[in-house]
Design a protein around this ligand. Sequence first.
Ligand code: FES
Length: 179
Amino acid sequence: MSTPIEATTVKAAAPKGDMISTLANKWKSKPGSLIMALHELQVKVGFVQRESAMRLGHEMGVPLAQIYEVVTFYNYFKTEAPGKYIISVCLGTACHLKGAGGVLASLSAELKVPEGHSTPDKEYHLQAVRCLGCCGLAPCVSVNNKVYAKLKPEDGRHVIECIQIDKPMIDIEQESVTD
Ligand code: FES
């Protein structure tokens, strides 16, 4: 069973508003980057919340209506939380090479749902994502924008137990830990 690494290993997470500012600053000067910004927002938060979309649109200079055109056109985007806890298993290259497939399989077995689905009580939603931005800590799983790093394939139960007892997990600040 993996022990969560010390919070001092990574910087504390910025407030949510700052995360959106960071996203907006990263993408606003790149033409046609709205989809990429929304994609990154959903990877980090699990869905595109109305308040977050408004803030992102404001900071990128994009009207909210245009954001919703994109969000509602593509099935990929979720506008409501698919579960209380959104468990995102990174299957990016670094995590894949270090056994992320096994981590996903153990979480799926523990929750009894396949990837991309929520438990019937909507407590947990299990999804695969591509690169959480902390490849040096692979393999990683984020839960509601917090992260468990350096997991072993059999750690699915451990992650769920920590969620259930509300054990603090490492806050992730993408820019601080990106390789
Ligand atoms: S590949 Fe998993 S965090 Fe980058």
